[in-house]
Design a protein around this ligand. Structure first.
Ligand code: IPE
Ligand code: IPE
Ligand code: MG
Ligand code: MG
Ligand code: MG
Length: 301
């Protein structure tokens, strides 16, 4: 493990997460649907690595802006991500009972309320972004469009659909190509990580060249992130991960270890990480994002 990268990421988290926390639970302190608000805040507070908000704020800083310019985007990203986890864990999807070291939302609040908690977080993300006066209207609309595309049917939701279809292919003994797997990963996980970096670029008012570099680096980090998640499902412990492990094989998920083996998957992870790091270098302040890319490939949880 690169000690320098790890301590840089720890320092950035310590510096930036209090900013995130200052805004994170605010919308749910008022309102009439108190039980639903409890379900939403249960999952938001359960923990998690906060990788998407961190990517977003560091991307803004990488082009010389303040992290506070990207705060609204960072909060919106974590709402969308947490909603995606609540729905991913439902019995109709991956059927998981443990998330972020705690019982999943539907285990505590029931399936109906968990579906609604996901719906509530999804819609709140866009309400929050639309009202984010840190961004001038034209850039705000651009950020909303990018987030919508990345989280919707052409992004995360589409990838989740292909992921479920993939289970059926495995069940029927049908071969799935590496190209198909890459599409699943690019959509279900890569799209939101890429959007995290691109929203940071928009918030930081990056020039077109820097924005394109950040977008491409975000895409590579997104792929690397899901390859690592696949590897950890096959090799890590439940205590480390705070979620069940060894489930992908049991459910017939299409993963990098399934198609390439552990060694091939590790090689693909390294290639995607090196690609990301290379793309980041021309930016004005690439150091923190580079450390994060290294950490994401080496993480043990
Ligand atoms: C888990 O995401 C789901 C994937 C996209 C692989 P994270 O590993 O970022 O989950 P938390 O936020 O840390 O719980
Ligand atoms: C989930 O991928 C990606 C999402 C969009 C939530 P996984 O199903 O592999 O995520 P985990 O392993 O349950 O966190
Ligand atoms: Mg899943
Ligand atoms: Mg899952
Ligand atoms: Mg997984």
């Amino acid at each position: 493990m690169s000690v320098a990268a790890q301590s840089q990421v720890r320092a950035d988290l310590e510096r930036l997460m209090p900013l995130l926390e200052s805004r994170y639970l605010l919308p749910f302190t008022v309102g009439e649907a108190a039980y639903l608000a409890e379900a939403m805040t249960y999952s938001l507070k359960a923990g998690g690595k906060r990788i998407r908000p961190l990517l977003c704020m560091l991307a803004a800083e990488s082009v010389g802006a303040g992290a506070d310019s990207a705060l609204g985007c960072a909060v919106a990203l974590e709402y969308i991500h947490t909603y995606s986890l609540i729905h991913d864990d439902l019995p109709a999807m991956d059927d998981d009972d443990l998330r972020r070291g705690k019982p999943t939302c539907h285990m505590v609040f029931g399936e109906g309320q968990a579906i609604l908690a996901g719906d509530g977080l999804l819609t709140e993300a866009f309400t929050l972004l639309a009202a984010d006066t840190a961004l001038p209207p034209s850039r705000r609309v651009e950020a909303i469009r990018i987030l919508g595309e990345a989280s919707g049917w052409q992004g995360m939701v589409g990838g989740q659909s292909l992921d479920l279809e993939g289970e059926q292919h495995t069940r029927h003994g049908e071969a799935v190509s590496l190209a198909q797997l890459q599409v699943i990963h690019r959509l279900k996980t890569g799209a939101l990580l890429r959007a995290a970096v691109e929203l940071g670029a928009i918030a930081g008012n990056a020039d077109p060249e820097a924005r394109a570099a950040l977008r491409a680096a975000g895409e590579a980090m997104g792929l690397a992130f899901q390859i690592k998640d696949d590897l950890l499902d096959a090799t890590a412990t439940e205590a480390d991960m705070g979620k069940r492990v060894g489930k992908d094989q049991g459910k017939g998920k299409i993963t990098y270890p399934l198609l390439l083996g552990l060694t091939g998957a590790r090689q693909a992870l390294q290639e995607a990480t090196e690609r990301a790091i290379c793309l980041l270098q021309p930016l004005p302040n690439p150091h923190s994002l580079t450390s994060l890319a290294t950490y994401l490939a080496e993480r043990s949880a």
